[in-house]
Design a protein around this ligand. Structure first.
Ligand code: ATP
Length: 208
């Protein structure tokens, strides 16, 4: 089976995540897109919402798409948050499937990728979605530095670059603005009911 993998903090999941996951799935002819929420991130301050809250929002947001699924491997207490540690575990469960990792262009350029060779060794393909706020030439120059064998697995998706991020959602909430149409209705409702991302000093620090 052709499967896509889409990792993230999802703090919270928003419409650009859903658009990228579905549009990548269609463009690449994937039968399933598996979301891989991560416990935290080692290269930036931790998520604002708890794992349970982020998972509840993700489950609600994905429910209407039968091609979407969630894998909780990266939520294990033992998870490091590094794709190089996660992907061998995912691969072990899908030994015969064709696995494509999907990331936004910023993930490739802005964050430190540990053991990128291990990441690629556990994948059949690595797809990059253009991201509006980030300069595409930086992705091109990074691709140019890869060994030819690795380069063959990478592909830039032919998708429109959408503005939209969890940071934008948190920032809107912190300033008392609307997030309607930035996130699915379920997520907006959940955030309102649980009073998430309000203008506490902590939320404002994360919103920068
Ligand atoms: P934050 O603003 O908190 O950094 P984020 O919106 O980037 O969060 P993540 O959960 O960190 O969300 O990202 C999950 C994946 O979705 C990453 O691969 C990221 O690059 C991608 N992504 C998020 N927003 C977009 C977007 N507007 N266009 C393309 N890819 C995106």
């Amino acid at each position: 089976m052709k499967i896509g993998l889409f990792g993230g903090t999802f703090d919270p999941v928003h419409n650009a995540h859903l658009f990228v996951a579905e549009a990548a799935r269609v463009e690449l002819g994937l039968e399933r897109m598996i979301f891989l929420p991560t416990r935290g991130s080692h290269y930036r301050s931790g998520p604002v919402a708890s794992i349970e809250q982020r998972m509840a929002m993700l489950r609600g947001a994905l429910a209407s798409n039968p091609h979407f699924a969630i894998d909780e491997t990266d939520l294990d207490a033992s998870a490091t948050g590094y794709s190089a540690d996660l992907l061998p575990r995912v691969r072990a469960r899908h030994p015969h499937d064709d696995l494509t990792f999907v990331v936004g262009g910023d993930s490739l350029v802005d964050s430190p990728w540990q053991r990128f060779d291990v990441v690629l060794a556990n994948l059949d393909a690595f797809a990059i979605a253009p991201r509006a706020e980030r300069a595409p030439e930086r992705v091109d120059s990074l691709l140019a530095t890869l060994a030819p064998g690795d380069r063959e697995k990478l592909r830039v998706l032919d998708l429109p670059a959408l503005n939209g991020s969890a940071t934008l959602v948190r920032r809107q909430l912190a300033r008392g603005g609307s997030i309607r149409y930035l996130v699915p209705e379920f997520v907006a409702r959940y955030i309102a009911e649980h009073g998430l991302y309000r203008a506490t000093p902590d939320a404002l620090a994360h919103a920068d």
